[in-house]
Design a protein around this ligand. Structure first.
Ligand SMILES: Cc1cc2nc3c(=O)[nH]c(=O)nc-3n(C[C@H](O)[C@H](O)[C@H](O)COP(=O)(O)OP(=O)(O)OC[C@H]3O[C@@H](n4cnc5c(N)ncnc54)[C@H](O)[C@@H]3O)c2cc1C
Length: 304
């Protein structure tokens, strides 16, 4: 891998600890880490990395990613956060790095309904499109018009919502379009009274606080809900609330949340997830599928 040229990039950091960039506070270092200026900057870098064989990984708010203890090889990039731009009466544009809760509050302030669910998704717009994030009955697929992406070779593409193969917490961006970075998304909204929109975001926030361990470090739901059931119900019924491996613990408040109760490693989290999957499979015959992204290497290779 020819990556020495990256040292010339202004603002780039070598061996950046990624626990600083994750909601979980877990993860080894990135070989290289850079917050890019904009999509054009990222496109140029992706092109060059593609030619040089340097892998590129994008992280958003790190609220759905378990970065393994060996860290991530190559270049890790973060997009600038950015804010919403209104394109017409019923369409807004969000940069890929925009935070969903911020967008929900900005919509409320401007009297725009439709994005209230974003208050419950503490991540970026780009990652939320990739994972078809959703909360309280609405998913990204319900409001997405289209999005702009950069392919691994830096080329630009635009995909309409219907082209993205959305399903429950899934899209083509996890499958045949893996490696595409969402740099902007256009979303459908509707005009409403600012107070009414704000009341709905507040209600969603209150419900979240009442049912989730919002004051502890987690990645949200660890497993997707199996058809017709809830992962949290199965984990609870298996008697696993409070189960612990090292610093990783099944939340007492919501059994589908695996919290970092202090000093957890990625290996602790994976071992606890394995215990959960084995126990639930043995007791109920259900295979729980992880909802989170697992990034990087389990161990740091000597000399890498
Ligand atoms: C307390 C809590 C509650 C949560 N509640 C919900 C909920 O109700 N509903 C829900 O759906 N999720 C929920 N989540 C999970 C999480 O917030 C969402 O999955 C969110 O969309 C992840 O955004 P992120 O920027 O943090 O992603 P990251 O963790 O940074 O990245 C996730 C994946 O997306 C990729 N990625 C990041 N940015 C981009 C981009 N611009 N383009 C393409 N790929 C990208 C990364 O490489 C990684 O593979 C919750 C998380 C927490 C911590």
């Amino acid at each position: 891998m020819d990556d020495g040229w990256l040292a010339e990039e202004p603002g780039i950091r070598r061996e950046e600890p990624l626990d600083r960039h994750s909601e979980y506070g877990i993860g080894g270092p990135a070989d290289w880490y850079l917050r890019v200026r904009d999509a054009a900057h990222l496109a140029g870098l992706m092109r060059r990395c593609h030619e040089a064989g340097v892998p590129v990984t994008v992280i958003g708010a790190g609220s759905n990613s378990l970065v393994l203890d060996g860290g991530i090889r190559g270049l890790v990039v973060e997009l600038p956060r950015g804010r919403l731009r209104r394109l017409s009466d019923d369409v807004i544009e969000l940069p890929g790095g925009a935070m969903m809760p911020r967008a929900a509050l900005d919509c409320a302030a401007q009297g725009l309904g439709g994005l209230e669910f974003g208050i419950g998704v503490p991540g970026t717009c780009g990652a939320s499109v990739r994972g078809n994030a959703g909360a309280f009955g609405t998913e990204i697929k319900d409001v997405l018009v289209d999005c702009d992406t950069l392919a691994p070779d830096g080329s630009e593409h635009t995909f309409g919502a219907a082209e993205l193969g959305f399903a429950y917490r899934d899209s083509r961006l996890k499958r045949d379009l893996a490696g595409h970075v969402v740099v902007a998304a256009r979303l459908r909204v509707h005009e409403d009274l600012p107070l009414a929109v704000r009341a709905l975001t507040d209600a969603i926030q209150a419900e979240r606080r009442a049912t989730q361990p919002y004051d502890q470090r987690s990645l949200g739901s660890m497993f997707t809900n199996p058809p017709g059931d809830h992962a949290g119900r199965l984990i609870d019924a298996a008697g696993l609330k409070g189960a612990r491996v090292g610093g990783a613990e099944v939340s007492l408040r919501h059994a589908n949340f695996v919290i970092n109760a202090g000093g957890a490693s990625a290996a602790d989290v994976l071992a606890l997830c394995d215990l959960i999957q084995r126990t639930v499979a043995e007791q109920f015959g259900v295979h729980l599928v992880p909802e989170i992204a697992v990034l990087g290497d389990p161990v740091r290779r000597i000399g890498s």
